[in-house]
Each structure stands twice: as C-alpha cells, then as structure tokens.
Design a protein around this ligand. Structure first.
Ligand code: CP
Length: 308
C-alpha cells in the first residue's frame, strides 16, 4: 500500500485511505516504540534535513526522534545559526543542502505555501511541519489518531475546535482531517477570531463556549496566536480567558465526560487553566507521544521503502 502523494504538503490533498494507511502504519510503529530497543533500521540509507525557519519545540524534536527511531541520518537546520541571516533564499538553501545527497526535507516556515513552492523546485520528498496560517498536517494526523485511539473511531465523533481559528494552521488541518474521517466539527471563539465563510468547510460555528462543550465529545483548545495578530482582535487576555478559557470547574459542570486536547504550547491561564490541562480529561501528553509514531509513519510511507 502507498500514499496517493509524493509529499505531505497538507491534509487537504490526502484521501481518507491515505489517512487510514498512516494510522495503521503508526499502529505498527507504536508497537516498536513499546519495545526495549525502540529502533528499526527501515530508513538506514536515508538522510533527512529538518529545515526550521520558525521556532518549535514539539514538532522539531518529534521529527528528529522519529527519524532516529527509523535509523535515518538527520541534519538539523535553524535559521539563526545559518546563512539565511546573510540573505540566502529558501530555494538556494534547500538546493545546497540537497547537493550533499539529502533525500527528504521537513520544513517549517512562517510563509503559507512555502512547502508547496519548494516542492516545485527541488527533487526530494517534502513534509510540511507547519506553514504560516495554512496547514500543520502532522499535528492534525496525531490529533485525529489520538481521538481514534481514545474513542475507538472518528466516525460520528463530535469535536469542538476552540479559540483562534483565524490564525491557526492546526485548526485548518484538523478540520480537513476530521471531516474526511467522518467526524462532526464545530468551531467556537470570538467572532473576530473565526474566519468568514468557514461553514463552507462543512463545520458549524458558535460563539458560545458552554454550548460547544455541552455538544462535543472532544474539545481541541488552541493557543491564542498573538504573534500573528497585527491588530487587537479582543479586548484583553483576561476577558478572553473569562469567556473562552476552559477550566476544571467548567468541565465539572458538564453533564458528561469530555476529552480535552491542546497542540501546545499552552498559554496556561488564558485558553486553558492548569487544573484542566493537568486533569484526567486531558489527552495532551498522549498527543505528544503519538506524534512520534505518526511522524515515523509519514516518513516511512513517503520514503518509498517497503518494510516496517
Ligand atoms: N504543536 C506544535 O506545533 O508545537 P511546536 O510549535 O512546539 O512545534
């Protein structure tokens, strides 16, 4: 079985069969990760560069760990210590790295579309590790995989995506992924943080947090992305926390148990309180754990190698 695509640029162009194949492959790699020796030699002849033009903790470490668990050679690139600071372009940087015989590129970039652009100019498999406000496909895959693991299936599950939908690549990739796999999605947040016409993606919209929490099985709570807001879109963080912050007493007031998720990094006390983030409702650390297996699956499937 193979993916229908040579690159992972976004969830938008994946088929449900692609997503199911990634999940089933990740199931196999989760078994590998439970062994005393958490390594397979599957990508031992493959060299992968992690090109991170934007800060990252989880995604960069998770990709590097996934590559090492698969036996690949890895190179880490951070703009601050590279010739990008001297004005080198993305294509020149990538082509110079590929001249050293690199097979795959994991790219995070602040410009939406940067991985798509690069895929038209270089001859290597590209994996999008987050591009501007566009997509963050491996985050959506690990989120959906974590819901599937906890709730057995995605079909018919009700997922509320809460917060800064406007600036969130995680929101867009999650919407594509969850809808393709048969889940129902409601987005919730202040009107200024919900894009116009988002209903055209097949989601419902509410501005009332309690209504969304009463409805959902899973709440995926997003970070307020102040770095991407060039004008104030709500009056204060305190007011945001009051109307859209999820806390333990709110969760306890619901008539059913729901699962809460967050892609990280969390603004504790803003979109999510510590007592909720660290409660039994939370799937946050399982998301991080599953990220390694999901990224191993994506790397393996795009590498064209045959055996797990
Ligand atoms: N979830 C996520 O993308 O986190 P990082 O920015 O730390 O990679």
């Amino acid at each position: 079985m193979a993916l229908s695509t040579k690159h992972l640029l976004g969830i938008k162009n994946l088929t449900p069969n692609d997503i199911e194949l990634i999940f089933q492959t990740a199931d196999n790699f989760k078994e590998v990760l439970k062994r005393p020796i958490k390594k397979v030699p599957t990508l031992r002849d493959t060299t992968i560069v992690n090109l991170f033009y934007e800060n990252s903790t989880r995604t960069r470490i998770s990709f590097e760990l996934a590559e090492k668990r698969l036996g690949a050679d890895t190179i880490n690139f951070a703009t601050s210590s590279s010739s990008v600071s001297k004005g080198e372009t993305l294509i020149d940087t990538a082509q110079n790295i590929l001249a050293m015989k690199v097979d795959m590129v994991v790219l995070r970039h602040s410009a939406s579309g940067a991985p798509h652009f690069l895929s038209n100019h270089i001859n290597a498999a590209i994996i999008n590790a987050g591009d501007g406000t566009n997509e963050h496909p491996t985050q959506a895959l690990l989120d959906a995989y974590s819901i599937r693991e906890k709730h057995k299936s995605l079909k018919g599950k009700k997922v509320a995506i809460i917060g800064d939908i406007m600036h969130s690549r995680v929101a867009l990739s999650n919407i594509y992924c969850l809808k393709k796999m048969g889940a129902e999605v409601t987005v919730v947040g202040p009107p200024t943080l919900i894009p116009k016409h988002i209903e055209s993606l097949g989601v419902q919209v509410t501005y009332n947090l309690k209504e969304a929490l009463d409805w959902c099985d899973v709440a995926n709570i997003l970070r307020i992305q102040l770095e991407r807001q060039n004008m104030p879109l709500f009056s204060s963080l305190r007011e945001y926390a009051l109307f859209y912050g999820v806390n333990k007493s709110l969760l306890d007031s619901l008539k059913k148990e729901i699962t809460i998720m967050h892609p990280g990094p969390i603004n504790r006390g803003v979109e999510l309180s510590s007592d909720a983030a660290d409660s039994h409702h939370s799937l946050i650390l399982q998301q991080v754990e599953n990220g390694v297996a999901i990224r191993m699956a994506v790397l393996y499937l795009l590498s064209g190698k045959q055996e797990v």
